[in-house]
Design a protein around this ligand. Structure first.
Ligand SMILES: Nc1ncnc2c1ncn2[C@@H]1O[C@H](COP(=O)(O)OP(=O)(O)OP(=O)(O)O)[C@@H](O)[C@H]1O
Length: 823
């Protein structure tokens, strides 16, 4: 339709006779059109029809060129002509609506390139019933805490409104929450498209996607009825005056976090009539509360921090988008790239960096990774692939700048990036994610500059309706945080201006001596003071930018280099001191060290975990989530850290562990740097499978374990063969094995004895008490004891069902045994 606008306008002007054309042009240059700039007389006076169309489009853009033309035609009393133009335009617009849902808006799409949703859409993990007790926490932290939720029931997005078995009440309102970039908008779009294509939810007659951010510009406009609002957004609905009660209607309100509406559920008047005018806030709150169109289905999506804006009583089903599971990550890369070889290389790189791999749970990071790595591999820049977050975002900014230069935009990238960075910082300071032209102006930017970088940094929305208005936002909050850090770093390096301090403090301290260290220190303190973690990611990027390598990387577009390397060393020390002060509150500081590629991070974590062990030992349930937490988020460099962590976790008894952690433990035990000699895993539900997985590590030549406790681990004997294998390996150093309080049968002990007989076996103490053993196992044990190779000195068989005859048999062949407990 947009491409057809000039043609539509031309067709309209061709209906005018010469006299009328001159009158039309008079309106353009006379300046009578309210809210639209007038066109200089010299540009239109006496110009032919195609020339007039050109001037119209160049001056007003497609949308407003049509609005202006319709307005003038009405003033010229050419009503029919005006209506025809408007009708054709509106019809075309409703067609692009459908197209709008077929394509996905991604910042990096090459000019004219269409990314089809159905092509790249990869199933997302969505769970239902999760009320996580949301807090005002920063979303990146939410990602962390959402990790430890326990019970999760997956749900298919297309089924959220379908009745569940045994459910009496139908679900009218659903709220779907998720951290930024996790795929909420894409979910809503996919739902809409599947419905529009007739694949799913065909019982819904009307589906109205009304993103909160597109509703914002309507705030403060004169009152509208719900029907008028719908007519404005969906012109094809105009023939309908009411929606009635017969048909099933669904409203999708995407992005609750972006609304500027007060959502005053408590005091807004009750509204029941969809034709009665009211303020936008009244319309929306009444729709959600069910007073207006009580049968309509409502779906709201939101980032976690904003979900509290809807009273819980109005929400019937809570769901949460969790992002991609492991296989889905790979599938995404394959779908996105259409080149298996390239996908394979990217997947391999992502897998080689655990932090990157974890980040790629969030689809938007997958997209950033694809954007950056595709270009790097294409340019043969395989050396030094990005590993830290700062590197990744720096490359993203470079990619975008290259695209801009390729597009021959006659604009100086340095300036635009800096202005954008300032914008990012100022808005972050205000806690704003969306902003207006006035905010751009504050940073010396015009709309054109912002839109040139629209690919990655900002999005522009042409609003429908009576007014044209652009709303801006960074494509992703993390990009805003990155650019904000660029601004803070640049301001300090070039003007010794510490923006982090805030204006007043900056003024009052301007005479004090300055140093990079002091600058970093204020930023660290600011981040630590903010309760909602708003500055956490900013700080990570700021630390990352203090690395010479990252400054050089960005050197092509920005001069960020700083003197004062020793200052960075002081910053590192300061971070470490802060961590020691209050380790459990300073998790983000570990991320900062990893952005700084701080080699001693490993040591720091080890110390940190030791401290944590002491702090949390009183509360084992908190403690048990920590290994997973740490493994996931603080592994850098990726491969060796776990082995450093393990010594601190040598006492993992009673930690609610299951077989799920055994593979990680095994890999820690088999790491070359593993120094663990004792491991207590008692009172966990490892089961036979868990111990089998663990045995892979136990049997490794690098495993230095001497004592292993598996008391009460829900073992039934299946694992004994694997344990025997461990005992029989040449490198085994195990001298003490506690298998007490498990449920072993004869065959289990028999299997174990194979290992005990091996001449490599160094076991001196074996505890098999409380194992429901019967006499029948004594025979095998006796043959072990009497074999010359056994080192067994202590054997505990107490609390089993052994009879005298069995014990007699054992005592007959004690070998080197010093203690035998059998009662
Ligand atoms: N299911 C999916 N399949 C493929 N790509 C996806 C999927 N979900 C998300 N993406 C990618 O991630 C990007 C961000 O997703 P989306 O805009 O839906 O996130 P969001 O949760 O709405 O974030 P925000 O809270 O920031 O609005 C998309 O532009 C797309 O590139």
């Amino acid at each position: 339709i947009m491409a057809r606008v000039p043609q539509l306008l031309l067709e309209t002007l061709e209906e005018l006779v010469a006299e009328q054309l001159r009158t039309f042009q008079f309106f353009l240059f006379s300046g009578v059109l309210e809210g639209f700039p007038h066109i200089p007389k010299s540009r239109v006076d006496g110009v032919d029809r195609p020339g007039t169309v050109d001037v119209l489009v160049q001056t007003y853009g497609y949308d407003d060129a049509v609005t202006v033309t319709v307005d003038i035609l009405v003033r010229m009393k050419l009503k029919l002509c005006a209506e025809t133009l408007k009708k054709k335009y509106d019809e075309g617009k409703s067609m692009i609506k459908k197209e709008k849902y077929q394509n996905i808006y991604e910042g990096n799409a090459d000019e004219g390139d269409t990314v089809y949703l159905n092509k790249i859409y990869t199933e997302l993990r969505v769970i239902e019933g999760a009320w996580g007790g949301f807090t005002e926490e920063h979303e990146v932290r939410q990602q962390r805490s959402s990790h430890v939720t326990t019970e999760e029931t997956s749900i298919k997005v297309g089924n959220i409104f379908k009745p569940k078995p045994n459910q009496e009440k139908h679900i009218r309102t659903v709220l779907t929450q998720g951290i930024p970039g996790v795929g909420k908008t894409v979910c809503a779009q996919k739902f809409t498209l599947s419905w529009a294509e007739g694949d799913e939810n065909r019982d819904i007659t009307f589906l109205f996607p009304l993103p909160f951010r597109e509703l914002n510009p309507n705030i403060g406009e004169k009152e509208h009825s719900l029907m008028q609002l719908l007519h404005q957004f969906f012109p094809e609905m105009k023939p309908l005056e009411t929606l009635g009660t017969e048909c099933k209607v669904l409203f999708i309100f995407d992005g609750l976090d972006e609304t500027l509406l007060p959502l005053n559920f408590k005091h807004n008047k009750v509204l029941r009539d969809e034709t009665e005018p009211a303020s936008l806030d009244v319309l929306i709150t009444n729709l959600i509360a069910g007073d207006l169109l009580g049968n309509a289905l409502i779906w709201i999506t939101s980032r976690p921090a904003a979900v509290g804006r809807i009273p819980r009583k109005h929400i019937h089903l809570w769901t949460e988008v969790k992002g991609f599971a492991n296989e889905q990550r790979e599938e995404y890369f394959k779908r996105r790239l259409c080149d298996d070889n390239l996908a394979f290389r990217i997947i391999n790189h992502v897998k080689s960096s655990r932090s990157l791999y974890i980040m790629c749970q969030i689809p938007v990071f997958c997209w950033i990774t694809v954007t950056v790595m595709k270009k790097m591999l294409r340019d043969n820049l395989t050396r030094g692939m990005p590993n830290t977050l700062t590197e990744m975002y720096a490359y993203l900014l470079l990619c975008q700048t290259d695209r801009m230069i390729e597009g021959h935009y006659p604009i100086e990238s340095v300036n635009v990036v800096l202005k954008l960075a300032e914008l990012a910082y100022r808005q972050l300071e205000k806690g704003k994610l969306i902003f207006y032209e006035a905010d751009l102006k504050e940073c010396g930017m015009d709309v054109k500059e912002a839109t040139i970088y629209s690919g990655v940094c900002t999005e522009v929305f042409m609003m429908e309706g009576t007014r044209r208005r652009e709303v801006f936002s960074f494509v992703h909050l993390t990009i805003q945080e990155f650019l904000a850090a660029v601004y803070a770093h640049h301001s300090y390096m070039h003007g010794k201006d510490n923006v982090v301090l805030g204006y007043l403090k900056r003024m009052s301290t301007r005479w004090l001596p300055k140093s990079v260290f002091n600058f970093h220190k204020t930023a660290i303190e600011k981040a630590l003071e903010s309760k909602d973690g708003r500055w956490d990611l900013f700080l990570r990027f700021l630390m990352g930018l203090s690395l010479k390598s990252n400054q050089e990387l960005l050197g092509r577009i920005l001069h960020l280099e700083a003197e004062g390397e020793e200052d960075v060393a002081r910053t590192v020390q300061f971070i470490k001191d802060k961590i020691k002060e209050e380790p459990e509150a300073k998790l983000n500081l570990f991320h900062c060290l990893s952005e700084l590629k701080e080699e001693s991070l490993v040591q720091e974590i080890q110390n940190f975990v030791k401290l944590l062990t002491v702090i949390t030992s009183a509360n084992k349930s908190d403690f048990c989530s920590l290994p997973q937490l740490l493994l996931d988020f603080y592994l850098w460099p990726d491969h060796c850290l776990i082995s450093f962590l393990i010594p601190c976790f040598s006492r993992l008894n009673h930690c609610n562990l299951t077989e799920n952690c055994c593979e990680d433990l095994a890999s820690a035990l088999s790491s070359t740097s593993s120094h663990l000699t004792e491991l207590d895993l008692s009172d966990n539900s490892l089961g036979d499978l868990g111990v089998k997985l663990l045995s892979v590590g136990l049997g490794s030549p690098h495993c230095k374990l001497k004592k292993l406790r598996l008391h009460k681990c829900e073992l039934e004997g299946d694992c004994c063969k694997a344990l025997a294998g461990v005992l029989g390996t040449e490198s085994t150093q195990l001298t003490e094995l506690d298998l007490s309080a498990n449920d072993f049968q004869k065959t289990a002990v028999k299997a174990l004895c194979v290992g005990l007989c091996s001449h490599h076996c160094k076991l001196e103490t074996l505890m098999l008490n409380d194992c429901k053993l019967k006499d029948s196992c004594c025979e095998d044990l006796t043959s072990v004891l009497s074999s010359g190779s056994s080192h067994l000195k202590n054997l505990d068989l107490s609390n089993n069902s052994l009879k005298d005859s069995g014990v007699c048999l054992l005592t007959a062949g004690l070998g080197r045994l010093e203690t035998l407990r059998s009662v």
